[in-house]
Design a protein around this ligand. Sequence first.
Ligand code: NAI
Length: 327
Amino acid sequence: MALAKQALIQQEGMHMATRVTVIGAGNVGATVADCVARKDMVDEVVLVDIVEGMPQGKALDMQESAPIHLFDTRVVGANSYDATEGSDIAVITAGLARKPGMSRDDLLSKNAQIVRSVTEQLVAKSPDAILVVVSNPLDVMTYVAHVTSGFPDQRVMGMAGVLDTARYRAFIAMEMGVSVRDVQALLMGGHGDTMVPLPRYTTVSGIPLPQLLGEARIDEIVERTKVGGGEIVQLMGTSAWYAPGAAAAEMVEAMVKDSGRVLPCAAWLTGQYGIEGLFIGVPVRLGRRGIEEIIEVELSDNERSLLEESASHVRENLTTLERLQSS
Ligand code: NAI
C-alpha cells in the first residue's frame, strides 16, 4: 500500500480502500485480476483495456463468481483511468502477445509505445502506486515504465522470475513425483532463453537437487524451462496466461500483505552483481514499499558469466529500442 495512505490509516484509524489496477484485460491481465480478487485481500480490483465493454464484461463475470469462490473483492472494468485513481499497485499487461515464430524482441517497438502510454495515464491518477510490469520484452518494458513514471527504483519491477521459477519447480516435481510444495528454486537473469538457472540453490525439502538428480537430467529440465514460454506458444498459438497471471498475483499479494516474501523479480540494479543501469531478474524481498531489498547471493564464475550474458542481451534490447525511437 502507498506509504502516504498507510500513514493516514495509522494516524487517523480510518479505512481507505486498497485498490489494485490491472492494465490490459487480455488473457494475462484478466487472470491476474481473477487471482487477486480470489485472494480476498484488497477492496477493489480495476481492470482497464482500450476495447470497449470487454474489461467491464470480464469484471462482471468475475464478480458473479464471488458467491462461489467466496470473496468480497469488488471487481470493476473500465476504459478510462478515472476508476484507477489512487491505486496502490498497478500491474501492466497491455500489449501484443507473442505469436508462433515471433520472438519477444519483435514485440519491442510496439509494446514500448503501449507501455509508455498506459504508464503516463496511470501515474497521472496514481502517483504513489507500485508498478509491476508483465508486458514483453519484459526487462525492457520495465525500463520504459520506470523512465516514463519517474518513480523511485523500489516502486517499479518486472514479473518474469516468479513464472520461470514456477515452471522450473513444476518440471522438477513432475520428473521426481514429489509435491511442488517441497521444491524450492531460484532462477535469475533476463526473461527468456538467457535466464540463469541455479541448480545448487534448488532443493527438494531442503535436499540440494544435484544430490537427487543426475547432471544430464537437470540440464534437460533447465533447457525445457528456458523455452517454457515457447513450448506453450507452439502448442496453442499464443503465449501462456494461467501461470503468468498467478505469478503476478503472487507478487501483488506479497506487497499487499507486506509479507517479506523473497521472490525473483526484475529489479533496477545499481551495481549489485556488478551490473548497473538495467532491469534484470534477481532475488528481492517484497513488502508494502515494493522492493524492500535486493538480495545478493554468491555466484560461481560460470553462473556470473551466464548472468553477464543475460545482462548484455537486455542491454542490446535497450540499444535497439533507443535506435528505433531515434529513427
Ligand atoms: P492479450 O492480447 O490477450 O492481451 C493484451 C491486452 O492489452 C488486450 O486486451 C489489448 O486490448 C490490451 N491493450 C493493448 N493496448 C492497450 C492500451 N494502450 N491500453 C490498455 N490496454 C491495451 O495478451 P496477453 O496474453 O494477455 O499478454 C499480454 C502481454 O504480457 C504480452 O506482451 C505478453 O508477451 C506478455 N507476457 C509476459 C509474460 C511474462 O512472463 N512477463 C508471460 C506471458 C505474457
